[in-house]
Design a protein. Structure first.
Length: 94
């Protein structure tokens, strides 16, 4: 039982350090160049730790800094300022 607890703690440790990932469907995110503007505007919030992009699925994956909250409105504003809009699948928080 003790070993199981240690393994669970080890697997959950990254989630304790960082916020839960946020998946954002972005209409028009089709190439790496598209991602540059989105990343720049999301980083301006000073609440984002990492951003990953999947241009084939048109998704942006955001990890928020510990003790910070990134609202849906802030994400939507960043996308709009970068010239994009939220896709049909919207924002999903894991």
């Amino acid at each position: 039982m003790r070993l199981f607890s240690v393994i669970c703690l080890f697997l959950l440790f990254p989630l304790l350090l960082l916020g839960n990932p946020i998946s954002v469907h972005v209409k028009g995110l089709v190439c790496p160049s598209c991602a540059i503007g989105i990343k720049r505007h999301l980083m301006k919030t000073k609440k984002v730790d990492t951003i990953k992009f999947d241009t084939k699925k048109q998704y942006t994956y955001i990890t928020v800094l510990k003790n910070k909250k990134l609202t849906d409105a802030e994400i939507t504003t960043a996308l709009e300022n970068a010239g994009y809009e939220l896709g049909k699948k919207g924002i999903q928080r894991d």
